[in-house]
Design a protein around this ligand. Structure first.
Ligand code: ATP
Ligand code: MG
Length: 216
């Protein structure tokens, strides 16, 4: 283990948060042997279409989802920021609050990882954090794309190597594959079908109560 507890986080639109996110975060918490994994919902997403509901609702659903999970927590800095959400800004803000020596790990699904070259200032991320890319059904690595050289250059195979420094490495990791997406859940709700068991019951209740995603 490193001298200081690593900070492990997963950013996302969480529109809504679902069991694919939560199970990924929990398995990583156990595998990395850290006390918590933090979920950071985006405020104004810049890489995708406008979310199906407001940042306030998305944050509230993540809060409900982690309320009874001691090993998961939520950080509202992107939702509360006045500026649009950019990972580069979030990483700089985390580095500022956590200090220069603490390992920071940014967790992302393989779909997000393979799309990194489209993110603002992505080539600065490894100067601020490690990246852990987790397999996601439908997105395989290696693939013949722009991330190959990057991955080959920075990839490490063990967590010991990650903890030797505060930032700068990439890990590719496979967890229980769960083919759940928020898109699928929004579509089910809009069609009047139940998304139950794909997401926590409390989140489904919240969606119904606030009539999100076209729930009638
Ligand atoms: P949408 O369908 O709206 O894009 P999503 O299910 O992909 O939603 P996001 O909020 O976009 O959820 O994803 C946040 C992060 O969680 C991303 O890094 C994404 O790759 C990862 N992720 C989402 N679903 C899964 C899953 N089932 N397994 C592993 N990682 C996931
Ligand atoms: Mg997504």
């Amino acid at each position: 283990m490193p001298l200081t507890e690593p900070f492990v986080f997963m950013g996302g639109t969480f529109d809504p948060v679902h069991n694919g996110h939560l199970r990924t975060a929990l398995e990583l918490q156990q595998w990395l042997n850290v006390s918590q994994v933090t979920l950071i919902p985006t405020g104004e997403p810049v890489h995708r279409l406008a979310p199906g509901c407001s940042a306030k609702h998305r944050l509230a659903m993540v809060e409900l989802a982690v309320a009874d999970a001691a090993s998961l927590c939520v950080d509202a800095r992107e939702v509360e920021a006045a500026t649009p959400s950019y990972s580069a800004l979030t990483l700089a803000s985390l580095r500022q609050s956590l200090g220069p020596d603490r390992p920071i790990c940014m967790v992302m699904g393989m779909d997000a990882y393979l799309g990194l070259p489209g993110w603002k200032d992505w080539d600065t991320f490894l100067s601020l954090c490690h990246i852990i890319a987790v397999a996601r059904p439908g997105y395989t690595y290696p693939s013949a794309d722009a991330m190959d050289d990057f991955t080959r250059r920075y990839r490490v195979e063990s967590t010991e190597e990650l903890w030797q420094r505060p930032c700068g490495a990439v890990m590719i990791h496979e967890l229980t594959p769960l083919g759940i997406s928020a898109t699928q859940i929004r579509e089910l709700v809009a069609q009047g079908r139940s998304p139950r068991y794909l997401l926590p019951d409390q989140v489904w209740e919240y969606i119904k109560q606030h009539r999100l995603y076209g729930y009638k």
